[in-house]
Design a protein around this ligand. Structure first.
Ligand code: PMP
Length: 414
């Protein structure tokens, strides 16, 4: 594949640095911190300087704030506070869940543990299970259909008595597909009933889901769930893993008795407080905000699809998070469009931020069966709380203006 060399010759024509308001449509990569969450972080870090492990007044009051944040997060997902482990983010929570469960199973006599994950998981799941495969763990990658959906019947076929863990994300970060979590949970309960075992456990990565979907762990029926503050308008650098009481794991790190011996390190009290505030805010507004961004997202999709030939939606908007739109542009490389839109004051992404430096087509786009041209030119527009009606018109117009120019450039460079 020939890569188009992108240079922006005429910066002012492209709207670069000429005082135009920037439009940020990369909320799936990182959400801006909300005002209340930011305030909670600032106030907590100022007012509660103590280490929560200290038995003095400063330590005890910091502990009280930390446990308050934990209780609030637990409450938001219908868990118990002791079922919440704070982590540095979703990556660590995913690593902790998978590695912790595999290591415990191995140590406790399960000779050939088996894991099932979907083919479209985030790299913080996929790379962990790839590493596990090198240590002899058997992994099955559950395929998805053209919408990005797994099939629970296929899942049933893959579960064996040695399956200790099924990890399937709640909502995909690239194309937004929302997986049938309650149906998967039902399937897993059925498997446990048949085998009479505590396994398999069901883990879901909810990093993208928390802004718009129901994340009540009792209704979902999950055993472990990953959350990320930095995707939920909270401060970056903190996340959590919900671990249902009774689920046994080996810690990822050693060093102290923090988090009930499950995650060592001085707790980030101020971040935890900001995270709890942000999650509560997000859950309060999830339905209303979801409806609002969905309208804008659908309008953007229809404008682009109507006006630009050779474009198609990756996934299915009716099965997707309301804020994610992923479109393939035939005959165009995504990097070119991302950079030209950036120069026009618009931030979008070519693939997930964790993989954006890698020029290979996304594993998600390949997994939904896209072949050929469209695999290179997939663009993700991820809307958020700051996205306005007028932003959508400006983005659509700019994409419509740039597409033929970039296609011509690409043809000439081939
Ligand atoms: N899982 C999903 C679905 C994500 O979208 C992300 C962030 N791109 C992560 C995990 C990793 O999150 P964090 O940056 O909090 O480690």
């Amino acid at each position: 594949m020939v890569h188009t060399k992108v240079t922006v010759e005429n910066k002012s024509q492209a709207g670069y640095d000429i005082g135009m308001k920037r439009i940020y449509l990369d909320n799936a990569a990182a959400t801006p911190v909300s005002t209340v969450a930011q305030k909670a972080v600032a106030e907590t870090s100022k007012k509660f300087p103590g280490n929560p492990s200290g038995i003095h007044k400063e330590g005890r009051s910091a502990r009280a704030v930390l446990e308050g944040a934990r209780a609030e997060i637990a409450g938001a997902i219908s868990a118990r506070p002791d079922e919440i482990i704070f982590t540095s983010g979703a990556t660590e929570a995913n690593n902790m869940a998978i590695s912790g469960i595999v290591q415990f199973a191995r140590k406790n006599g399960i000779a050939n543990p088996h894991i099932i994950v979907s083919a479209i998981e985030h790299p913080s799941v996929l790379e962990v299970v790839h590493a596990m495969e090198k240590y002899g763990i058997r992994v099955d990658y559950l395929s998805v259909d053209s919408r990005g959906l797994i099939d629970t019947k296929e899942l049933r076929k893959l579960i064996t008595p040695e399956t200790i863990l099924v990890s399937i994300m709640y909502a995909n970060n690239e194309i937004g597909t929302v997986e049938p979590i309650t149906d998967i949970a039902k399937e897993i309960r059925h498997a446990r009933k048949m085998s009479g075992s505590v396994y398999p456990y069901f883990h879901t990565d909810s990093a993208q889901a928390a802004n718009y979907l129901d994340i009540n762990v009792l209704r979902l029926g999950v055993d472990l769930m990953t959350l990320s503050s930095g995707k939920t308008y909270g401060p970056r650098g903190i996340g959590a893993l919900f671990v249902k009481r009774g689920v046994q794991m080996i810690p990822l790190m050693y060093g102290g008795e923090h988090e009930d011996g499950r995650r060592p390190g001085t707790e980030a009290v101020a971040l935890a407080s900001g995270f709890a505030t942000a999650l509560r805010e997000a859950q309060k507004m999830n339905v209303k905000e979801g409806k609002r961004v969905q309208k804008l997202r659908d309008a953007l999709a229809s404008k682009i699809l109507k006006k630009i030939s050779g474009t198609s939606v990756n996934g299915d908007l009716s099965k997707s998070l309301p804020n994610i739109l992923n479109i393939s542009f035939d005959g165009m490389e995504s990097e070119a469009l991302v950079l030209y839109l950036d120069a026009s004051g618009i931030a979008v992404s070519g693939k997930s931020a964790c993989k954006s430096s890698d020029s290979a087509p996304s594993h998600v786009i390949l997994a939904i069966g896209k072949v050929g041209d469209g695999t290179a030119g997939a663009i993700r527009f991820s809307l958020g709380r700051d996205t306005k009606n007028e932003d959508i018109s400006r983005v659509a117009n700019e994409v419509i203006r740039l597409a033929p120019i970039l296609r011509e450039m690409q043809t000439n460079s081939n």
